[in-house]
Design a protein around this ligand. Sequence first.
Ligand SMILES: C[S@@+](CC[C@H](N)C(=O)[O-])C[C@H]1O[C@@H](n2cnc3c(N)ncnc32)[C@H](O)[C@@H]1O
Length: 276
Amino acid sequence: MTRTARSPSKPRGRPILRWAGSKRQLVPTIRGLFPKNYERYLEPFAGSAAVFVAARPRRAVISDINPGLIEAYRVVRLEPGKVARQATRWPVSSDTYYRIRSIDPERLSSVGRAARFIYLNRYCFNGVYRENQQRRFNVPYGRTTGKMPRPAEFKAFAKLLKRARLVCCDFEETLRLAGKRDLVYVDPPYYAAGRVFKGEYGYAAFNSEDEDRLIAALTSAARRGAYLIVSYNGSLKARLPGWRAVRQRVIRNVGGFASKRKRIFEFIYTNIVADD
Ligand SMILES: C[S@@+](CC[C@H](N)C(=O)[O-])C[C@H]1O[C@@H](n2cnc3c(N)ncnc32)[C@H](O)[C@@H]1O
């Protein structure tokens, strides 16, 4: 299967989740790097899958290590109307938010669990996903959260997800699938060497061993002929020799606080050459 990606159709639909570190601002730049044609699209650090939604590839593998996220996507793909109804039925208030957050997800049906995941994501502080050491979601209620997507948006997203294999796994497993002319968009949490350790753990934590595993997996996928696009900080330049690095200025909330917006530089690395 091939797809002309330089003259994309107008994006239809939008991600149904908010996600800390989402690449929505960078989607035009990232898509501008796409090769003219590619086979499968793979996204091993999916989060809200903003690039997948904009690119609308015909065939994809979408994966993330967060099991609640992947389960929510699987259930939305199957029953978008039911999940939308349930997620919209709960009132939007701090009391309801903490009541829903306190429910043990294992005691809910799969539709209830997906609706709970999306409700908490939508109304939590800045779309952050964090768990306590008992693996329970513990992000507080947010004030500026936007709206719950409309049922039609759930359905449009579900239709798009039908093109994807949804997998809960470590990034290495998905990168291993990347073969000749597959296109992979890679957006891990960033590891900053020398940063004071602030007790990060769970899905937002990426350490130097993960970074080494990532470089090895990228290098072998590139050797197999895959097209790779990687979002990261500036530290990979020397570790991906021969790759192009594009520096981008983005606005991020410092420590997740919208009142402390800061312009920072992020990098996009690619092994795709302009005439691919
Ligand atoms: C920066 S976010 C991705 C944001 C996404 N590009 C978007 O636009 O919403 C990083 C994602 O990587 C996932 N993740 C963290 N460690 C992982 C690992 N070892 N393997 C796979 N996914 C991982 C997290 O659960 C999180 O969803």
